[in-house]
Design a protein around this ligand. Structure first.
Ligand code: NAD
Length: 262
């Protein structure tokens, strides 16, 4: 049994992770930390059949003998939690978004010297990880590419981090793209945003969750690669896989690709 603690247990993702870990046959949920929900019982968060109360401090993980900590918080908290994990020999699986390149390089050094490992993944939906990989593989064989990302009507940033990452990987995989034919831009923005030369269109619509389509075209054929996230549980197989595998990957691993063997 893998002993797991969860940072951000009172949040949307954290409480979903608590449920998924509690239901996993090879894992035991041993601690839950969230300073803004401290003192409440986990069953109030929909995790039934456990006596665990949400704690205010990371020390609850050490007291409970957690081997792996999962973090879905905010980047300032995740930064501190990661360092705590490195200092206490606890493996870390982090879904919190917002880490910059320089910070990840710094964390790589921290975990190089630590007795435990860390995995930071901005997208735990295995289908989304595969979509990016498939897009990268397809890129050299097509002349045109466009990305359409579609999200719920509360999303404050555009385009999405996944769309930006997909465009960057497509651009790295091929430089041979047909010229944009547009000579008369009748309405500003009609051709979307350009991310490393790849047009990206962001749709915001009530009722959607997170969706993306990558459209490739060449003479006589088109390829569409689409991924739809319809529920937060879509992230759980990726999170559980990372919990199982993080021990086997020394230092810091960024993204799920390596864990999936891609
Ligand atoms: P949320 O606001 O519902 O939950 C965050 C929780 O973290 C809150 O309950 C808050 O009290 C808690 N928290 C704050 N400081 C803390 C600390 N020091 N220690 C422990 N807990 C602390 O947010 P959410 O929707 O669950 O998203 C959380 C993060 O996960 C965001 O960064 C989001 O972008 C990211 N996210 C990542 C993926 C992925 O696949 N990697 C998917 C969805 C969301």
């Amino acid at each position: 049994m893998i002993r797991v603690g969860v940072f951000g247990a009172g949040g949307r993702m954290g409480s979903t992770v608590c449920r998924a870990v509690h239901e996993a046959p090879d894992m035991e949920l041993v601690a839950a930390v969230d300073p803004h929900h401290a003192g409440i019982d986990l069953h109030q968060l929909g995790v039934h059949g456990t006596q665990i109360q949400v704690a205010a401090k990371a020390s609850a993980l050490a007291d409970a003998g957690a081997e792996v900590a999962v973090d879905f918080t905010v980047v300032d908290a995740a930064r501190e939690n990661l360092r705590w994990c490195a200092q206490h020999g606890v493996h870390a699986v982090v879904g919190t978004t917002g880490f910059g390149e320089a910070e990840l390089a710094e964390l790589a050094e921290v975990f190089e010297a630590a007795a435990s490992n860390a995995l930071v993944a901005p997208n735990f939906a295995i289908g989304a990880v595969l979509m990016m990989r498939f897009a990268e593989l397809a890129a050299p064989y097509f002349d045109s590419v466009e990305i359409i990302e579609l999200h719920h009507d509360q999303k404050v940033d555009a385009p999405s981090g996944t769309a930006i990452a997909t465009a960057q990987r497509i651009a790295a995989a091929s430089k041979e793209w047909a010229e944009d034919p547009t000579r008369n831009l009748v309405a500003e923005g009609a051709r979307g945003a350009s991310v490393e030369g790849v047009p990206v269109h962001a749709v915001r619509l009530r009722g959607l969750v997170a969706h993306q389509e990558v459209l490739f075209g060449t003479t006589g054929q088109q390829l569409s690669i689409r991924h739809d996230t319809t529920d937060r549980t879509s992230f759980m197989p990726g999170v559980l896989l990372a919990i199982r595998k993080v021990r086997e990957h020394p230092g810091l691993t960024v993204g799920l690709d390596r864990i999936l063997g891609l």
